[in-house]
Design a protein around this ligand. Structure first.
Ligand SMILES: [Zn+2]
Ligand SMILES: [Zn+2]
Length: 346
């Protein structure tokens, strides 16, 4: 076993604090990764604070991991020492169900294993990326192409794939009008990716505060949703809307912005149920949908796409001691656009 430094939540209310955790011995198909950078995702905060059900403390969160291979197991074929690699939200799945066989490990019928808060092969709770190193079976390790810096790559492993997958599934591309609700960690990646795919991109944000950023990152249009006129001006104008906001929004108002056959996809997860009027869907054959991260093959495709198009996340790198402060800033939407922890400071 390998003892590594980490930052853990010890209760729903205490700040995260330095600790050490054990990583399992390298199995034949395992990869030991020296973590260089770890992104801060809103899910980390929900989990650390038991907002999505009781967490098992102490818990080390973090599922936007970028690093370098330190050691490989005897049967590993895909990776070698020194390779630049990433780990996202999943570290295993059953691999046998129909969804896993289709490369949809995120929809595994038997429950995929989360990078934190799950149960690993050793029977121990999985602990995530706010640490110096991690051991992951090679099938759930991603290759980070040379074209992307490791710090800017880390958030791609959750924020990137969470937006890439629905954009691809619902055919964002030339001639398609895509709107992105929210200009945060997920939203800014959705803008970059949809633009790179060739779609016409509109940001729907509460205010115009981040308008210049939005246009710089690839948006063609930028509207404030606090302005009632936005909803009349844009009625019936989008083929696809990606909702990245986890607050409860008036879904009917947004559904009316869809053209015939348009789809509104939720990737943000509000705590309370969203209500939808059937007549927001029926008159234009609209769809109301959801999407969860992406499978392993698709995550690799996303990383390769980002390298090809020179895309990474917009980040602010922080030392580990600033994690608790960063959490407060994430909750206050005071980050442009993702915090990434420098793992050398754990
Ligand atoms: Zn995440
Ligand atoms: Zn499965």
């Amino acid at each position: 076993m390998l003892t590594v430094n980490a930052y853990a939540a010890t209760s729903a209310t205490e700040p995260l604090a330095p600790t050490t955790i054990e990583r399992r011995d390298l199995g034949p198909d395992d990869v030991l990764i020296d973590i260089r950078f770890s992104g801060i995702c809103h899910s980390d905060i929900h989990t650390a604070r038991s907002e999505w059900g009781p967490a098992r403390y102490p818990i080390v969160v973090g599922h936007e991991i970028a690093g370098v291979v330190r050691e490989v197991g005897s049967a590993v074929t895909k990776f070698a020492v020194g390779d630049r690699v990433g780990v996202g939200c999943l570290v295993d799945s059953c691999r046998e169900c129909d969804n896993c066989r289709k490369g949809l490990e995120q929809y595994c019928r038997n429950g995929s294993t989360g990078t934190y808060g799950g149960v690993g092969r050793d029977g121990e709770p999985t602990q995530g990326g706010y640490s110096q190193a991690i051991v992951v079976t090679e099938d759930f390790v991603l290759r980070i192409p040379d074209g992307i810096e490791l710090d800017a790559a880390a958030p791609l492993l959750c924020a990137g794939i969470t937006t890439y997958s629905p954009l691809r599934h619902w055919n964002a591309g030339p001639g398609r009008r895509v709107a992105v609700i929210g200009m945060g960690g997920l939203g800014h990646m959705a803008v970059k990716l949809a633009h790179a795919m060739g779609a016409e991109v509109t940001v729907l944000s509460q205010s115009l505060k981040k308008r210049e950023d939005g246009l710089r990152l690839g948006a063609d249009h930028y509207y404030a949703t606090s302005d009632e006129d936005t909803f009349t001006t844009l009625a019936g104008s989008f083929d696809l809307i990606i909702n990245t906001v986890s607050a409860t929004l008036d879904m009917d108002a947004y559904l009316r912005l869809l053209a015939v056959d348009g789809t509104l996809v939720n990737v943000g997860a509000p705590e309370k149920p969203l209500s939808v009027h059937a007549f927001s869907l029926i008159p234009a054959r609209r769809s109301f949908a959801g999407s969860n991260i992406g499978g392993i093959a698709e995550t690799q495709e996303m990383l390769d796409f980002c390298a090809e198009h020179g895309l990474g996340a917009e980040i602010e790198v922080i030392p580990a001691e600033k994690i608790n402060e960063a959490y407060e800033r994430v909750l206050a939407s005071d980050v442009r656009y993702r915090f990434v922890i420098d793992a050398s400071t754990f």
